[in-house]
Each structure stands twice: as structure tokens, then as C-alpha cells.
Write a protein that binds this ligand. Sequence first.
Ligand SMILES: *Cc1c(COP(=O)(O)O)cnc(C)c1O
Length: 359
Amino acid sequence: MGASAAEWDSPTWQLRHSFCRAEQLQAVLELTPEEQRALAHSGKRLAVRITPHFLSLVHPQDPADPLRLQVIPREAELLHHPEEMEDPCGEDKDMPVPGLVHRYPDRVLLLCTDRCATYCRYCTRARLVSGTRLQPDTDAALDYLRRHTEVRDVLLSGGDPLLLPDERLEELLSALRRIPHIELLRVGTRVPIMLPQRITPELCRTLRRHAPLFISIHCNHPRELAPQAEHALGMLADSGLPLGNQSVLLRGVNDTAEVQLQLAHRLLQCRVKPYYLYQCDPAYGTRHFRTRIEDGLSIISRMRGYTSGYAVPQYVVDAPGGGGKVPLNPDYLLRLTPQAAHLRNYLGQAYAYPTPPET
Ligand SMILES: *Cc1c(COP(=O)(O)O)cnc(C)c1O
């Protein structure tokens, strides 16, 4: 792409030279006619934006490349199906303040920006990002949090909070830290994968200053964990920030046990614990990405027992309409009788755990 090494390593250079239009993409990828047609229209739904870093990992000829499917629009995303929703997780109805979702008793989700370094085609918040639809009211959100003493955990998301300038992030984190009942801060970010250059020593110090602060990254395929991403994750881990991963189960991208195992093993090598595996939300234009629930359960049953417990994420569905996350697990409890719990292990062998007498 004709960049010097110093330019390539600069997050501002990466953002300024991100790929947003078909002509730019055409210069580095062989676009199929279908991709070209999709590119001509998809911006109305969700902007196209890909960092040079991530695009350099995308296969230039293979339209079925799992990284390519996540960022290059397809015509299928222009279709809306009856089961699809603008706000599939029903977040808007649990927003007491613009940008603040308070659904669970002791924790909140704070959407603090509508920008991302790269837009994922299956985005569940396409309604809020890449445009001007989300006008977060930080002062009102802070005010709400000061009054709601039951909130002990604040999860920053968006958009991508790590796209905020260091000073803005510092301001927001220190304002949250001044609220005595807030114990835990969390940041949900895809920046270590999409724009690893943004993970600087200065940013690590800012995050570290406000510990305990957990980071949930979003990585769907082992190839996303390129050397620069691994380096960025290493810096965050060395700064004492616990790292988890939230991946989305996507057809053609990571919907096999083999890919999920490779992903989990690469994540653990990068000191990231696989946290959640999300069923893909029925947002507009995502039918081509969605799998069946049985597929997700079968993947988990081919992980549990066969590899480190640390490698196995919790499979969840964010209940359409706003019920929150529902955990799904393969059945290991076969039958409960007064005498025993009848179990099977990961190999399908049957065991019984005797019921203790009532005291
Ligand atoms: C996912 C989510 C959280 C955090 O859930 P955990 O299970 O604690 O990670 C909080 N609020 C909302 C609205 C969420 O969707």
C-alpha cells in the first residue's frame, strides 16, 4: 500500500487511510461483481470502513475468506427478512438516558461513541453506529450512575471506546472512578484486532490507572490474531488488564468446532480467555450469517472435555426483543430422580451422582 513502516504503525495514518469505497478496495482486492453491487448500496445501512491493517489480512482473491466475509458487504445484507429487527437486543427500551442501557440489576452498558475502526457486516448496533443516530449524553449518564447506587459494574462499548482520544477516555474513566459504588470497569473493543497500532504505552497507562478494568475484545477467527494484534494484546496483558474475548458465531466464518478450537487456542496463547460465543442477532440483513442453535450446541459439545476448560466460551443468545443473554449448554444432566442425578460425560458415558439424604 506504499506506506513507510512508521506510517503503517501510526493509528492516525491507519484511520486516515481506511478503505471506505469500492474504487479503493478494487486496488487491493479482486472484487466479485456481487461484492461490487453490494458496495454500491450497503453504505445506506452501515458504512463500509476497513483499516489497512485488517485489509492486509484479507485474502485478495477468495470471496469466501472468513475475514473478508466479515468486512466486505454482500448483496444478501441488503435484504430484510420478517424475523429481523432494527434493534434485535431491544436495547433502546432499556435506555433511561441516551447511550446508557440498564437491563441487569447491578451493571450497565454505556455506549460512548458511534464510531468503529472497521465496520463488521453483522453489526447488532448498525442502527446506532457509523452515522449520527447515537447522541450519547455523557453528563446525563454520569448523573444517572451517581444516583443508582446498585450499579457496581460499568461496561463501556459503542462503537468502540478505544477510538476516543486518550484525554476523553481519561476524563470518562476518572469521572466513573469518582463514583464510589462503581467497583468494576469494563471496555468492549475490537481495536486490538482492527487497529492494534492504537494500543500504545500511553493508552495502557490510562487504562491501568483505573483498574480493576477488564477488557473484552472481539475476535472471530484465529487469523485475526496476527503478530501486531498479538503484540497489542501482550501490552494490555502486561499492564495487568484481564482480557476476555466475545466472538459471534457466523456462518462460513467460524461455524465449525475446528475453527472454534483453533481460535480458542490462539486466544489463550495471547493471554485472552474466551468469554462468550454469541449466537448472531437477527439484525437487518444478517440472515446469511446466522446458524441454527443446534450448530452452536454441537460446537460446544465438541470443545468441552476435549480441551482446556479455559478455552471453552459460554454460548449465549441475546434474547430477541430484549430479554438479555440466555446461556445455552449441551445437556449433561440426563435425568434427576430422588436417588440420583444421572449424568453423561463429554464422551457420552453415563454416571450417577447419589442424592445426599435430607438433613
Ligand atoms: C452483555 C450486557 C451486559 C454485560 O453482561 P455480562 O454477562 O455481565 O458480561 C450488561 N448490560 C447489557 C445491556 C448487556 O447486553
